[in-house]
Design a protein. Structure first.
Lengths: 439, 470
């Protein structure tokens, strides 16, 4: 069972009062508790179970403009006291930084908590095993599926309290149910893997196991017996699993920290057109049951909806208190990053995108971290399927795709098939004129 | 001896009894206790951006029967918590009739000293040095616009209680020092990153102004990239420099030779033992016994002494890397590769220091033999798809080779290859083997563990380069 709010609040209060008694002028503490239970199966047989329980404290103390922090999972009172003392002592010898402070008081979250982020349902391990076994059964109904990399189900319940010396003290429970099925296909000496995955706040909203297994098996079979292709400039389509990564990279480029330091190619681009005028990007923290939903960030600042890009124009950054001060802007509650980040739907159907030229390359998966946010250069390994006259033809692998985000952002075209399966979501994406490296 | 039960309602006897009672009908398992202290100090944008000290203590209780692993972990070391875990393990492993394998090899081998690197250098001294590093880096060139530098120190104490009362311990120090420098010239920005580290004290790595060389190297990479031109795209010859580029070995074959993927037959290598998987002259080992190296361990996280394991000898696949579970199921012995990120993680076969041994050629011969290709000197990171064998790694410093001569620097590009075939495409193995500077972290199934790599210069017949120029 996870700890209730009062228990966490008491621990938080203890840390705050001890910090003060050792000489801090301000302090901020997060006490969090997570209990998680998961099972894994492989080839329809139980492979393992895991149960985890974690309770930890993260404390930041300030003395004027000095700051230091500690974190610990050893919460015996004596140990905690030693650590708080160590934190305050470290604060004393850390140089002043005029930007260090708690957030402005008027920015703290004070509203109702009604986003439905917690499902109390407990799924017994037997039931978890049955769920994913059903998924594997569905996957194995195709004879080209010869093995599984494993399938799993995990249930996680968390509770936390964030409190600081300005009087902010708040927290809430969240839950997460995640199931995945990863299978191996084989044919003519070629072996490929692929997966399907579903993660939801509420158990009842999970994808049905049969559908999960069927999707995983279709994806793995589609990749069999791939070819390498010649290097060429070609239009490519990013599957939703890949297109969301482009959006994540965009988010990394507009956090106040990289803007303040100038370590992003999007520095000084506020109110400039960086995408074409069909593109709109929203970060919305208050979607009911949303995977990325939250009431406030790691500093207690309310998370307001942001229209980051409107008609192709960059309208906002992701701002925390510290770097906000550095760029003369107020925190917009993004010290923990984005919430539910998404591209609004485009105007084209998936079919129109597939038929956009005689030959396009549909990318299912990219591999490697090939985004350089300082220069905007992009280069990753990839695999996918050729699309000719709107029809999927032969699978392709061991290729690279490369370009620069300045061009990618201006050229991208979005389909109208947005779904909310992750915290960052994008419709299917078409990009013209990327370089594919092959033979 | 054991400090883990101090100030708890447990003592060693009670814990041992609980372990033995829980595991006596199982094939394997243990109570793994861990106490980690770590410190991170970051200088960024001319300021000490953060100073954080963390202590994490907890246990992981594991029971194995056949191929089923039950694991329960918590940061509350108490009788109640252990009893709950024990019940949880038994509920997964109902009616088991395993035979506990008591045998574990003993060792007195020590590849690093039992020190606490965090306490050996005071916080104020570390802050002072970071500021000096910042000033020095900015003094190298007026084009230096950003400097980030950080110290990471850790002392991890582990204790393994096995059924029958056997206790195994290890104390593992680890430090890392990193510098990232951004330069700007005529509106163009580039970065260079360099770092050093291992299982010794800060002084061992920083003495004699050695830290200056780290700053200079980060600057050199950044400055080189300022002049870089777009990278070519397509298949071509690749010369890899010695040392850190050995992440090619780590990705191309290392992961595919880990016992779990081969026991499950999901690795492309699972049926290739005794077969030729690399060119003649290619010998690759995984070695946990190198003094003070980042990937070295006295014992692995199951208590097995580490060793030097030959993976590929003169092109022939010899051994996989094993933990106890996969070794037992494949009728072989553990090679001391059973590792976990922390008590919060299950054990898996993982690499230690993965190294390709010297051959006969010189780097010069390799470059001279290439009409058109690239010379890759430094890399950011890599990734592999074990099942298809495809792997990538990202160059952070590379040059074109034209008619046997090193040409202009080229922009960072991803290189992609096929694990089982790429080592057959090795045309020359250099005589200049070098280990990496001690900065590698390997990720697998969400767990990060410190590793090392090493290799001589290599000439590879063809790899696909992910540039923009056709």
């Amino acid at each position: 069972m996870i700890k209730e709010e009062n228990y966490l609040k008491n621990l938080a209060e203890l840390c705050l009062s001890k910090s003060k008694s050792f000489g801090s002028t301000d302090s901020n503490v997060v006490v969090s508790n997570t209990v998680s239970e998961s099972v894994n199966i492989r080839n329809k047989k139980l492979d393992g179970s895991e149960r985890s329980e974690n309770l930890s404290v993260k404390l930041t103390t300030f003395i004027g403009k000095k700051k230091a922090s500690i974190s610990s999972s050893n919460l015996k009172e004596k140990n905690l006291e030693d650590l708080v003392k160590r934190c305050v002592e470290a604060t004393k010898i850390t140089p002043d930084d005029e930007l260090n402070s708690l957030p402005d008081k008027d920015l703290y979250f004070v509203g109702d908590k009604n986003l439905n982020l917690y499902d109390d349902t407990h799924i017994e391990n037997e039931q978890k095993i049955n769920f994913i076994r059903e998924a594997e059964n569905a996957a194995f109904s195709n004879e080209k599926i010869v093995n599984t990399n494993g399938s799993g189900f995990s249930e996680t319940k968390s509770n936390f309290v964030l409190a600081n010396s300005s009087g902010f003290s708040n927290g809430y429970k969240t839950s997460n149910f995640t199931a995945y099925c990863e299978v191996v296909s084989k044919s003519n000496g070629s072996m490929e893997r692929d997966y399907e995955f579903s993660s939801r706040r509420f158990f009842n909203d999970l994808m049905k196991p049969e559908e999960m297994g069927k999707n995983a098996s279709e994806l793995a079979i589609k990749k069999l017996n791939p070819k390498k292709i010649k290097s060429e400039k070609i239009s490519i389509i990013f599957d939703k699993r890949v297109s969301k990564n482009i959006l994540s990279t965009f988010a990394n480029c507009i956090s106040a920290s990289v803007i303040a330091k100038g370590t992003t190619f999007l520095k000084d681009k506020l109110n400039e057109k960086i995408f074409n005028d069909k593109i709109n990007i929203v970060d919305k923290g208050d979607i009911k049951k949303g995977i990325g939903s939250r009431y406030f960030d790691s500093e207690g600042v309310e998370v307001k909806e942001l229209n980051l890009v409107k008609d192709g124009i960059l309208k906002d950054y992701l701002i925390d208190t510290y770097y906000g001060k550095k760029i003369n802007k107020k925190s917009n509650g993004r010290s923990s990053g984005t919430t539910n980040l998404y591209f609004k739907n485009g105007e084209k159907t998936l079919d129109e995108i597939l038929n956009s030229s005689k030959k396009v390359l549909y990318i299912n998966e990219t591999i490697g971290r090939g985004a350089n946010i300082i220069t905007g250069d992009y280069s990753v390994g990839a695999s996918g399927v050729m699309v000719e006259n709107g029809e999927f033809t032969n699978p392709v692998s061991e290729i690279t795709i490369a370009g620069n985000f300045n061009d990618i952002f201006k050229n991208l075209v979005l389909a109208d098939d947005l779904e909310f399966n992750f915290s960052t979501n994008s419709p299917t994406m078409l990009i013209e004129g990327m370089t594919v490296g092959g033979i | 001896m054991s400090n883990f039960f101090k100030d708890t309602d447990l003592d060693l006897k009670k814990a041992e009894k609980l372990v033995s009672d829980t595991l006596h009908n199982c094939d394997d398992g243990e109570l793994y206790l861990e106490d980690t202290k770590s410190e991170s100090i970051v200088l960024d944008d001319n300021k000490i951006k953060s100073s954080n000290y963390t202590t994490d203590i907890g246990y992981g209780f594991r029971a194995i029967n056949g191929d089923v692993v039950a694991y329960s972990h918590s940061n509350e070391i108490s009788e109640k918590s252990l009893i709950n875990s024990s019940k949880n393990l038994k509920s997964t492993l109902k009616n088991t009739k395993g035979t506990y394998n008591y045998e574990i090899k003993k060792t007195n081998q020590k590849f690093y000293k039992e020190i606490d690197p965090i306490e050996e250098k005071s916080l104020s001294n570390k802050i002072l040095l970071l500021n000096k590093i910042n000033d020095y880096s900015r003094s190298i060139d007026s084009n230096v616009k950003q400097v980030t530098a950080n110290f990471l120190g850790e002392k991890k104490s582990v204790e393994i209680l096995r059924s029958g009362g056997e206790i195994l311990n290890d104390v593992r120090p680890l430090i890392r020092f990193n510098v990232s420098i951004m330069v700007e010239k005529n509106g163009r920005k580039e970065t260079g990153v360099y770092g050093i580290g291992g299982r010794q004290s800060y002084e061992d790595y920083l003495k004699n102004d050695n830290w200056k060389r780290v700053c200079e190297e980060a600057y050199r990479i950044a400055n080189t990239n300022l002049e870089s031109k777009p990278s070519p795209a397509g298949e071509m010859k690749v010369v890899l420099g010695p040392g850190w580029p050995a992440i090619l070995i780590h990705e191309a074959v290392g992961h595919g030779l880990e016992g779990d993927f081969n026991r499950k037959k999901t690795s492309v290598f699972h049926d290739l033992v005794g077969k030729k998987v690399a060119s003649e002259g290619v010998t690759i080992i995984d070695d946990g016994t190198l003094d003070n190296r980042r990937g070295s361990l006295n014992i692995d996280d199951e208590g097995t002494p580490t060793e030097k394991t030959v993976l590929i000898e003169n092109g022939i696949l010899k051994n996989f890397m094993q933990d106890r579970l996969n070794a037992r199921l494949m009728n072989t012995r553990s090679t001391g590769n059973g590792r976990r990120e922390s008590y919060k993680h299950v054990v898996m076969p993982r690499m230690r220091n993965t190294i390709m041994l010297n051959g006969k050629n010189t780097q010069e011969e390799m470059i001279n033999s290439v009409d058109k290709g690239i010379f890759a000197v430094s890399f950011g990171g890599g990734q592999v798809d074990i099942t298809s064998g495809k792997f990538v790694f990202n160059c952070t410093e590379a040059y074109e080779i034209i008619n046997g001569k090193i040409g202009a620097p080229i922009k960072g590009a991803t290189l992609i290859g096929d694990g089982p075939s790429s080592l057959k495409e090795v045309l020359m193995v250099g005589n200049d083997m070098m280990l990496d500077p001690g900065i590698g972290t390997c990720g697998k199934a969400g767990q990060g563990v410190p590793v090392g790599v090493g290799q001589p210069s290599l000439l590879i017949d063809k790899m696909t380069v992910g540039g923009t120029q056709i």
